[in-house]
Ligand binder design. Structure first.
Ligand code: ZN
Length: 300
């Protein structure tokens, strides 16, 4: 990942193609296997996994991620040797799809129960670890929005749903099912907020919305500044709520500080102990505040 990007998500977006389409591109030139340098922003011993797409026009060759430290070592060896022999063995396979579920908790709105606000993260994770930052953090924060309303005795005017989406990492089947159900039930979705960028110190909100919705959100910025958030900007929201764009709902993604996320994204060090309770709670309570404002004033 190019370290010159300040926001590591941009560096990830720039580098992820080497994993996602590298194997087929290499097979095109006769490669028999591929070792990909992990998309990670630090140097350590953890391989980082993730989606790989095969192009059916070329042989489906085995591909592995190696840690950044090992990639550096391999690169060093290649500079000093004319011929270098490496080998690897893989034991991976795709299992068949199986039935699974989104998990949904809801507080019915006091005044406008048919206007729905979704706040969510994703329940699944890659197999290397428990996925505490990606995206246990977003799940807990979404539950926390509901819990905070109950704990403070605040009843929202509009319906608020915490949704833990299943299958974000491998096709977003849960998000698709949630959207399909919204259409089938003719639900009125006005707003969705996603947290899927880690439970780090919150910095701002990224917004996919109409100009008028965006202006309304931006008017609330002074309320967030004392809590460490300093922007609403137009941009992407999140994979799981992205489907709801077609309903006309305004979509917002929580943007935490990105500097450490790709140290553990899709790797075995993405564990509970790597989450800061204070940072996680600060994100959750800013999410709750935004959901509360939309639940009270709506969005036009
Ligand atoms: Zn995620």
């Amino acid at each position: 990942m190019n370290p010159l990007f300040i926001n590591t998500f941009e560096a990830y977006g720039d580098a992820v193609r080497y994993r996602s389409s590298g194997p087929s591109n290499a097979a095109k030139y006769g490669a028999v296997g591929v070792m990909v340098r992990s998309q990670a922003s630090n140097t350590d011993q953890h391989p980082h996994t993730g989606v790989t797409f095969y192009n059916a026009a070329f042989p489906k060759i085995p591909a592995v991620s190696i840690s950044t430290a090992e990639a550096n070592w391999l690169s060093e060896l290649l500079q000093h040797k004319d011929v270098l022999e490496v080998g690897f063995t893989t034991h991976c396979k795709m299992e068949n799809d199986t039935l699974s579920y989104n998990v949904i908790g809801e507080i019915k709105g006091n005044k406008f129960p048919d206007e729905i606000i979704t706040v969510g993260g994703h329940l699944d994770s890659w197999d290397l670890a428990e996925g505490a930052q990606d995206d246990g953090a977003g799940c807990v924060q979404s539950i926390e929005v509901i819990r905070a309303f109950i704990a403070t005795g605040l009843r929202p005017d509009r319906t608020v749903r915490a949704v833990l989406f299943m299958n974000e990492e491998n096709g977003a089947g849960g998000a698709q099912a949630y959207f399909d159900s919204a259409i089938a039930k003719k639900e009125n979705h006005i707003f969705a907020l996603e947290s899927d960028a880690g439970g780090f110190t919150p910095r701002g909100f990224s917004v996919t919305a109409s100009d008028s919705q965006f202006r309304q959100l931006q008017k609330w910025l002074p309320l967030f500044i004392p809590y460490g958030l300093y922007y609403f900007k137009k941009g992407e929201s999140g994979v799981d709520i992205g489907f709801l764009e077609k309903t006309g709902a305004a979509l917002v993604g929580l943007e935490p500080d990105s500097q450490r996320y790709f140290d553990l994204h899709h790797a075995e060090n993405d564990v509970f102990e790597a989450v800061s309770k204070r940072e996680l709670e600060l994100g959750a309570i800013n999410m709750a505040a935004l959901v509360w404002l939309v639940s009270k004033y709506g969005l036009n």
